[in-house]
Design a protein around this ligand. Structure first.
Ligand SMILES: Nc1ncnc2c1ncn2[C@@H]1O[C@H](COP(=O)(O)OP(=O)(O)OP(=O)(O)O)[C@@H](O)[C@H]1O
Length: 627
């Protein structure tokens, strides 16, 4: 490598080789370049100094020429960059203006829209957001593998030919006659007589003996739909016979499977019915057992075994069913998961899955349990969801989890049973207990009194016992034995009054309850609908008295007012006086998509608020390492 040239003016200066290219530091090159481009960026004095640097030698002249060429190139680049920059600024300006334009237009449009339309838009956006956040209701394995079934399950059941031959218009006329609203592709026909549903004779006889002679509207459409193997969502008011709509098909499927190959130890179930409470599960189980016994007693049908799978009971008592193979399991989620995980039950042969009070089940707390149960299914099954109060949010969510489902709707989801006479009374908090005694005189027993507070339930029972009223109490903190005793003694007429928390009694069917007293109005109108629905069942009339006072929120009172209006009930003066801000804005009354309440929109739904509160609390626990 040649020695580095000495700087001009030093003693060691020598002639530089012709091919020598001097090294010019980057900073200098850049400065020279900028100066050449026009000197815009540097003061004049500095420019002169840089250019007069080494220009006495040939090498520095050549270096300077190279720099000139590079400077030109870079100048062109800079000019191009400037042009792009200018263009960008121009475009940004236009975009900004365009955005302002759009905003202005939207403001004008919004001004034209009514408050109700704006609220509806807001709700739709919120709902879409919720839907995106929800995972499909399927087993973890199915979700992970992306398993997607496209066809409904097949069964051998066919409607009789004279029903099949009815035109779609004739079938629709039957639905309209019974106020059945249906959604879904290629629906099975509505059938107005049990005999036409090809139900085995011993079962028809059994049902008739219980006063069940003609199907109720949900049964008219729901039973043929379930018999056909279709997934379905069944919504009908309290006491309208939903239980039979899903237990009969479980029995029919079991009969079909048993006829093909008798069940042996470890096999089954064919049908799985999940309920949100132990009491409801027991009641449904007892209904199944009674129907299976009726079939067996006839002699022409095989024995079908049912199993009750709920917390608080000794499963060894049902060892016989487990040992010989079980056809139908009625369960609450917790105990069922336990049995499935321990391998005492499996879902390998299960073809029929039904969730009663499904909205409760999917509501926070149960959703993960249901998913966990579903992860035990290896094959496709028919899935049915039932409730009296299934808000739109759950319906939409469920729809995407079912296969080509049929939605059978009798009345608005969340509407009260029209056979219940609803009386709402303003009773001061301190006067409630005393007034309760007077209120009990309205009808003969049996009477149910509801309060959502466990302590209050105990207080009411104690007070009634002191006053000589035969009362039992049931709530979540009672032992299983206490709960069973309360229900048994009330059902059999041993006790006149049952004091209950709403949760413990959902879906329970007691014989001819005369009067329901809602001692404390629940915050969520859905709960109220379920509570008053313990009376006025299977076409009979009942009375419901509800106490409200200063402690009842205006929002709840508004929901109540609309529910009374919808059910054509008498509306007390103090409820009439409550104004609905949405009504003043000319809003159309639609049920809140989360809870079905008519008195509010999604943005002020108490149920959604409660869900959010629970979620936030759970997250806070998680963040704080509470788990
Ligand atoms: N077709 C029918 N004719 C007369 N009574 C019936 C009929 N179907 C069912 N029932 C009776 O009506 C009562 C209420 O039925 P069920 O418990 O199935 O109501 P539900 O719709 O499930 O109510 P809930 O929403 O409160 O759970 C029961 O005692 C049942 O035996």
């Amino acid at each position: 490598m040649p020695p580095a040239p000495a700087a001009k003016g030093t003693e060691d200066a020598y002639d530089v080789p012709a091919d020598y290219k001097p090294y010019v530091p980057v900073a200098k090159r850049r400065a020279a370049l900028l100066a050449q481009v026009g000197g815009r960026h540097l003061p004049q004095a500095k420019k002169v100094k840089l250019l007069s640097g080494d220009n006495s030698t040939q090498a520095s002249r050549e270096g300077s020429a190279a720099l000139d060429a590079e400077a030109e190139r870079q100048a062109a680049d800079e000019a191009e960059m400037e042009r792009v920059e200018r263009e960008k600024t121009r475009r940004e300006k236009t975009l900004l203006q365009a955005a302002q334009e759009v905003r202005r237009k939207k403001e004008i449009e919004d001004a034209r829209k009514s408050e109700a339309e704006k609220e509806a838009e807001k709700e739709a956006a919120l709902l879409a957001e919720m839907e995106r956040a929800q995972k499909k209701l399927a087993g973890a394995q199915e979700l992970a593998h992306g398993t997607a079934y496209t066809d409904s399950m097949k069964t051998s059941w066919r409607p009789p030919h004279y029903i099949r031959n009815l035109s779609p218009e004739e079938q629709q006329a039957v639905r309209e006659k019974h106020a059945i609203i249906l959604e879904g592709e290629d629906p099975p026909p509505a059938i107005e007589h049990f005999a036409d549903m090809k139900i085995p004779k011993p079962l028809l006889k059994y049902l008739s003996g219980k006063g069940i002679k003609t199907p109720s509207p949900i049964q008219i459409q729901g039973i043929p739909t379930a018999f056909s193997g279709r997934d379905m969502i069944g919504i009908a008011f309290t006491g309208s016979g939903k239980t039979l709509t899903f237990t009969l098909p479980a029995i029919m499927q079991s009969l079909e499977m048993e006829a093909k190959l008798p069940f042996t130890r470890g096999e089954g179930p064919v049908g799985l019915i999940i309920c949100p409470s132990r009491e409801l599960a027991r009641q449904t189980y007892e209904g199944c057992v009674a129907m299976c016994d009726a079939l067996k007693a006839d002699g022409d049908y095989p024995e079908l075994r049912s199993l009750l799978c709920i917390g608080g009971i000794n499963m060894a008592d049902q060892a016989d069913a487990l040992n010989r193979g079980v056809h139908i399991v009625v369960a609450t989620p917790g105990r069922l998961i336990d049995m499935l995980e321990k391998g005492r039950l499996n879902a390998n042969n299960c073809k029929y899955l039904c969730m009663d009070e499904a909205d409760r089940m999917i509501d926070m707390g149960f959703e993960e349990d249901v998913r966990s149960i579903m992860s035990h299914f290896k094959y496709q099954r028919q899935t049915l969801l039932f409730s009296a109060t299934m808000p739109r949010k759950i319906q939409d969510f469920a729809q995407q989890s079912l296969i080509n489902p049929i939605l059978v709707n009798v009345g608005r989801a969340g509407a009260a049973n029209m056979d219940v006479i609803q009386e709402v009374e303003y009773v001061k908090q301190e006067a409630k207990m005393v007034y309760l005694l007077e209120c009990l005189q309205k009808t003969p027993p049996p009477v149910i009194i509801f309060s959502d507070n466990k302590n209050e339930v105990d207080d009411i029972q104690e007070y009634l016992l002191l006053k000589g009223v035969e009362a039992v109490a049931i709530h979540g903190s009672k032992t299983q034995d206490e709960r069973e005793y309360a229900i048994r003694s009330f059902k059999t007429g041993g006790k006149d009054v049952m004091v209950a928390s709403g949760v413990a009694s959902k879906g329970l069917d007691f014989n001819e309850i005369q009067h329901v007293i809602v001692y404390t109005m629940p915050k969520e109108i859905e709960d109220y609908v379920h509570e008053i629905g313990r009376t006025g069942r299977s076409g009979k009339t009942g009375v419901a008295t509800t106490f409200v006072n200063m402690n009842t929120s205006e929002q709840t009172l508004l929901d109540l007012k609309y529910l009374l209006m919808e059910a054509k009930q008498k509306i007390p003066e103090f409820l009439l006086d409550i104004d609905d801000p949405r009504a003043a804005q000319g809003g159309v009354l639609r049920g809140c998509p989360v809870c079905g309440g008519l008195g509010h929109g999604l943005s002020d739904c108490p149920k959604l608020e409660e869900e959010m509160r629970r979620k936030t609390a759970a997250n806070a626990r998680y963040d704080g390492g509470g788990y």
